[in-house]
Design a binder for this molecule. Structure first.
Ligand SMILES: [Zn+2]
Length: 414
């Protein structure tokens, strides 16, 4: 059934939006419901595009706060890897459902995921009503679980492709240092022939860069390029330690970098993504939270502020990343491959209605308030594919998702 939203505010003026078959059929001051439409009175709430989380491991909500503040290897070896070995597909399903609740509540409706049991992740995405590009980590180590091998990847992508239009598959080699050179070449080949994206971690720590130079005689971006993994289908998480030449190469190849400022600061990687240099080079940039194990929230609205502040602070220049630029990056406008779309006729019927009467939003322009002043509590309503997923901060089925995720979390974190 078509959905018509009335009395929303866009750029300071009242508008209506009509969604038909998941697409915006009309948007403007004169849009009125047609007979048979479902209607929603926005009652003066601001209409905005939703946010795109460019990098996460959604089901890690189950491990939130478990082993916080430990050194990285101790956290992985003593907490995360043993717990991940106990995970069932159902655990991942409920962990991902919990992640989707949190993302919907903070205005994110589309995310790029890398986690085990990709078909259960996809099922959770579809049942939650959001959109995602999902992939099983390809990781080569002794005793790696099924699906962690590159030769399984093509089959996984095909199965994901059958599930529905709101979920897509990506090839997700964990990182250049955890997958062999021949497997990375195979992944590049599958990506090229099937035209599917490759989502991977790149240059998160200084040690990783040094190890790459020692092993391959070049820095990580050059290594990926040599293997055919740097192109317009590449989504590279972190990119903290990329030098000027690597940033220029990434821009030239049309690859996207997703920066995860909160995760980088919590894990103390020792630096900030060199956004001003990436911007000058013309790199497509998106924003991500990373998983709940290393953030610990999936609140991109909050991380948008941290991103802007960290960049200003590092550059010693308050004009670095103005509010409108932070907003454009968080909504995916600066990185088309991530899938964020503007509001307009023919575009997906995905949007937020934001409460602007809260005390922190009463004075001041909308964008600046969204980036610097408000919290996710101001996201009142979320619509995806023309369907209302949250209204007045209520989401159908939330209590069950919380209960089932808690049950799974208690078992795997035993
Ligand atoms: Zn990650």
């Amino acid at each position: 059934m078509p959905l018509t939203v009335t009395d929303a505010v866009l750029d300071g003026a009242p508008v209506g939006v009509r969604a038909v078959d998941g697409v915006i059929g009309a948007i403007g001051p004169d849009v009125r419901p047609e007979p048979g439409d479902a209607t929603l009175d926005a009652n003066g709430l601001a209409l905005t595009p939703p946010l795109v989380n460019g990098h996460t491991h959604a089901a890690m909500t189950l491990f939130r706060g478990w082993g916080d503040d430990l050194p990285l290897m101790q956290w992985l070896e003593q907490r995360i890897w043993p717990a991940e070995a106990r995970l069932s597909g159902d655990d991942v399903y409920w962990g991902t459902r919990l992640a989707c609740l949190e993302m919907i509540r903070s205005g994110t409706v589309r995310f790029w995921d890398m986690y085990w049991h990709q078909l259960d992740v996809a099922r959770a995405v579809l049942d939650s009503g959001v959109r995602a590009v999902v992939g099983q980590p390809i990781l080569e180590f002794e005793g790696a679980p099924d699906g962690a091998r590159p030769e399984d990847a093509a089959e996984g992508i095909a199965k994901l492709g059958e599930l529905g239009a709101r979920v897509h598959g990506a090839l997700t080699p964990h990182a250049h240092y955890s997958v062999t050179e021949s497997s990375l070449q195979l992944i590049a080949e599958i990506s090229r022939t099937q035209q599917v994206p490759v989502h991977t971690h790149l240059s998160e720590t200084g040690q990783e860069v040094q190890d790459c130079i020692d092993a391959h005689g070049c820095r990580p971006a050059h290594y990926l390029d040599r293997l055919g993994l740097l192109n317009e289908r590449s989504v590279l998480a972190h990119g903290v330690w990329l030098d000027d030449e690597e940033l220029e190469l990434i821009a030239e190849r049309g690859a996207t970098i997703v920066t995860n400022p909160v995760s980088n600061m919590k894990l103390a990687v020792g630096g900030a993504f060199r956004y001003p240099r990436a911007r000058t080079a013309g790199v497509a940039v998106g924003l991500g939270t990373d998983g709940a194990g290393s953030n610990n929230a999936l609140d991109l609205l909050a991380d948008m502020k941290v991103f802007a502040l960290l960049q200003k602070h590092t550059a010693v220049d308050p004009s670095t990343v103005p509010a409108a630029e932070a907003w454009a990056i968080a909504t995916g406008e600066h990185a088309p491959v991530l899938g964020g779309r503007p509001l307009g006729v023919g575009e997906p019927a995905d949007f937020l209605l934001v409460e602007t009467s809260g005390v922190e939003m009463t004075c001041g322009p909308l964008l600046e308030s969204l980036v610097y002043a408000t919290s996710s509590a101001s996201v009142d309503t979320v619509v995806v594919d023309g369907r209302v997923l949250m209204r007045h901060r209520q989401i159908e089925g939330e209590a069950e998702v919380r209960a089932r995720a808690l049950e799974a979390s208690r078992r795997v974190c035993a």
